[in-house]
Design a protein around this ligand. Sequence first.
Ligand SMILES: NC(=O)c1ccc[n+]([C@@H]2O[C@H](COP(=O)([O-])OP(=O)(O)OC[C@H]3O[C@@H](n4cnc5c(N)ncnc54)[C@H](O)[C@@H]3O)[C@@H](O)[C@H]2O)c1
Length: 309
Amino acid sequence: MLITGGAGCLGSNLIDRYLPQGHEIQVIDNLATGKRGNLPPVPGLTVIEGSIVDKALVDKAFAEFAPEMVIHSAASYKDPANWEEDAATNVMGTIHVAQAAKAAGAKRLIHFQTALAYGRPHEVPIPVGHPVHPFTSYGISKAAGEHYLAMSGLPLVSLRLANVTGPRLAIGPIPTFYKRLKAGQNCFCSSTVRDFLDMEDFLGLVDLAIAPEAPTGIFNVSTGEGRSIKDVYDAVVAYLGISPEREVPVVPPGEDDIPAVVLDPSATEAAFGWRAQIGFEDTIARMLAWYDAHGVTDVYSHLAAPKKD
Ligand SMILES: NC(=O)c1ccc[n+]([C@@H]2O[C@H](COP(=O)([O-])OP(=O)(O)OC[C@H]3O[C@@H](n4cnc5c(N)ncnc54)[C@H](O)[C@@H]3O)[C@@H](O)[C@H]2O)c1
């Protein structure tokens, strides 16, 4: 199994799951947002520190390792103004992965897609057949990457993900509120709604998607239940057992933000016989218990900061 972006949040959780099951895993990661420390020096795991933008590096890795299963988890998003890097990694890098996987005889390609590829939805929950109209650098480049993967002709499962929540998550409102509230700092909530999926439920679906006879295609992976960012804030406050002095301001979404992103998982449920099992409160509590044990590191966002006035 070859995992691009294996030093990242989802990639490292996949390694934690599949290495003990006896999979040989090769990682390609340039550590743009991933961490070397997420990749322990253990038997069965080899790591190439480099970029998927480097075609020669990608071709060599795939030719030597000849993976049957490719999980493409590398993506660029950390600087919304850096269109070049997003396009280089998410388009060119993805093309390199698709072509090298094909040349190496890979049997299946798993890809993770952002809900931002849908752009501003005209229907919520967003069905998987909704048009793709991204308007951010991350969304545009990831959408193009998904199209190229589909053109490769390899059996492809592209999973359009809700906000996956679990070990090593360092993006979005949960780590932000946890870190700031613990430090006694003020917070604000954007008046937006998201769909939070526990890592365990996500991993359960990937287990099904990597099976040789599993369905292929594009699937939403989500609970289908929308919760506001204020709900997340309230859950973190309750978990920490604190009483902030001021009411948290709820501000309109930033210009590049989307008011409600909730994905309709019904077609995925029908195809895989899968359904998210862990509810919102438990998902948040499990995440916060992980931060209690491990702390929060850098917090990234693929959105510009919302206007606060
Ligand atoms: N976590 C979520 O909830 C979520 C939601 C939607 C989509 N996704 C998608 O899932 C995938 C994994 O996301 P994540 O949350 O684990 O993010 P992450 O930032 O933790 O992981 C991405 C990894 O890709 C690596 N990377 C970036 N550019 C690279 C390059 N040019 N070459 C090699 N490696 C490179 C980073 O260093 C990092 O380790 C991404 O494709 C992302 O678009 C994630």
